[in-house]
Ligand binder design. Structure first.
Ligand code: PEP
Length: 239
């Protein structure tokens, strides 16, 4: 699975990039999704079936007095099939706690969306403590116990690797992914064995092969390098 995250970038003119991304995905026979700003979801979903169109967040409530927010039902209605939940930039910019993330995830799944739950430690947490323990606590607290595993993916995204040009090492990724797998199974039981675990943080065409070659890695979540088909195509080819 290769998932792009356009963050707060893009315009309707930039949707032309989706054509090149779909073309690259067809040749590689790999699942590719692109998570877009809410304003672009409907136009992108109407454009073509591929790549899979995703959102970057949804509100925890199905509807109501929440000015400026977008619900899971609205995202599904726009034609998107999945959404990112709990990205570290939302946890940082909007004070999203594990409890909020947990509620959002529940709502998104209830409305038929696939969910990519993001977890990851900060640089200070890695330096000072036990990053795996922190990340596993995030997984346990962010996952509703009744979450449907067939709609779920987890993305391990160390905060210090996002947008920094410094991806985690293979050993760091493999260690934490193994612990995340255990935490997901503790929370969801046997069905947790099938939940794809992705890596995100400065993935590019240069390091995708090595990262995707790790046994514990089921895919990648890509920010900066997903904005154009030219930059995302080598990552899709590596997958
Ligand atoms: C992200 O935003 O989820 C991400 C991984 O960004 P980048 O690839 O730019 O580090």
């Amino acid at each position: 699975m290769v998932v792009g995250n356009w963050k707060m970038h893009g315009s309707s003119a930039a949707l032309v990039e989706l054509d090149g991304i779909a073309e690259a995905a067809r040749h590689a026979r790999v699942d590719v999704a692109v998570c877009l700003p809410a304003t672009l979801l409907m136009a992108a979903a109407q454009r073509a079936r591929d790549p899979i169109i995703g959102a970057q967040d949804c509100h925890a409530h199905a509807s109501g007095s929440h000015t400026g927010d977008v619900s899971a039902a609205m995202i599904a209605d726009a034609g998107a099939r999945l959404t990112i939940i709990g990205h570290s930039e939302r946890r940082r910019d909007h004070g999203e706690t594990d409890a909020i993330v947990n509620a959002k995830l529940d709502t998104a799944i209830a409305h038929g969306l696939g969910v990519i739950l993001c977890v990851g430690e900060s640089e200070a947490q890695r330096r000072e403590g036990d990053p795996a323990a922190f990340v596993c606590r995030q997984v346990a607290a962010s996952l509703p116990a009744q979450a449907r595993a067939d709609r779920l993916m987890i993305a391990y995204e160390p905060l210090w690797a996002i947008g920094s040009g410094r991806s985690a090492s293979g050993e760091q990724i493999a260690t934490i992914h193994t612990d995340i797998r255990r935490a997901v199974q503790d929370r969801l039981g046997d069905q947790g064995a099938d939940v794809p675990i992705l890596y995100g943080g400065s993935v590019t065409g240069d390091n995708a092969d090595a990262i995707l070659g790790l046994e514990t890695v089921d895919g990648v979540l890509v920010g900066g390098a997903s904005l154009t088909a030219e930059r995302l195509a080598p990552i899709i080819a590596a997958a």
